[in-house]
Design a protein around this ligand. Sequence first.
Ligand code: ASP
Length: 424
Amino acid sequence: MGGIWKTYKKISVFYKVLGGFVMGIVLGIVIGPPAANLQFLGLIMVRLVSMVVLPLVMSMIVVAVGDVGGKSVGKMGALSTIMFTLSSIIAIGIGFGFAFIFNVGYGIEPDVAWEITQAAAAPTVMDTIINVVPNNIFAALTSADLMQVLAFSIFVGAAITMMPNKKHSAMLIDVFSAVGDVMQKVLSFVMGFMPIGVMGIMAWLIGTQGLGAILEFAPFIGAILATTVVLHLGVHTFLFAFLLGRVPMGHFLKSGKEPALFAWATNSSYATLPVAMTAAQKMGISDKIRNFIIPYGIVVNMDGTAAYLGVATIFIANVYGIQLDMTQLIMIVATATLGSFGAAGVPGAAVVMLSAVLAMLDLPQEAVVLLLGFDRLIPGPARTVNNINGDLAVASIVQRFVEKTTVKKPEDAALVEVEEETVR
Ligand code: ASP
């Protein structure tokens, strides 16, 4: 028994989680619907990880802004915002492309039985800006509004740099960085439970939803998967990380595999944030850059969500036989980019955004029900993987152009992994 435990401890986190993932799928297939009883394992895991997200984001951003200073943060913020916007626009473009190639939506019967009780309105630039500003930080914290927590933390960090009493500034930075370290430590306890949690989620999903439900939507799923792969390999790995960030492609893919797997299983970029932080560290992104860019990216950058909105809008227009013109396509790009900025990193967030985009285009909002049933199975996970990897890719670009260094060599990054395993 002791021998098995020793061998298990030697396996890397990725393979343990992958093992849980595969076991979950097998259990789901074998047990069928009663596998829903295993869902609690996944729910506990997501809660365990999510519980550290708010204090982690807050402490990391305060330290990033307070320690690095306004000028550097300004540069990081400006460059990353430009790249996040650009990547979302590219993502929607790819989504449109595959939606047309796969002819999504043709031959599907509109289902009007379901009614959206509360019609979502399309986000405006003004709404998005206003919503960034918290009017009550405690309300923002209790409702886990990461965008507002992020804004508040930037203010606190900036104020710390401007305090006349430098002893107090240094002390506060120490306190926030210690809080961040403690959260990372809490997370390292939680990591041990991840394979079991992932197994629970996958068993529940496969057991209760089955792959049969998505057959009718094969072209849609095809378009989503093709978009995900092209976005992941072509844009994030090749264009962003390799060409712009100078990160070897194999190294980028290897560093991002844990958050990708976790994002797929949990369907939540918020829950994946701590795993993405570790991945950025393994990739060789400096603390200064990752403390700022990863939480910022998780909150505002959702390339997968943006791409999904592109594919899904074309799908619904086709279901209803509505031909979208160029102006409407441009409107989708604008709203989806804005929408993906404001969307929360939780399962199904894109579907809420989708009904807002449909409202803006005067397309039937109730059509989202067609895509709801199987969202958790493939489209949601695929979006979340892209959402996370986009942040890692942009981090490498910021590292190169703001910090003026490229990531450490893969061998050095591997050292980080070994040290971490030993600590655990
Ligand atoms: N689940 C996605 C995420 O957490 C958001 C979405 O539904 O598009 O990133």
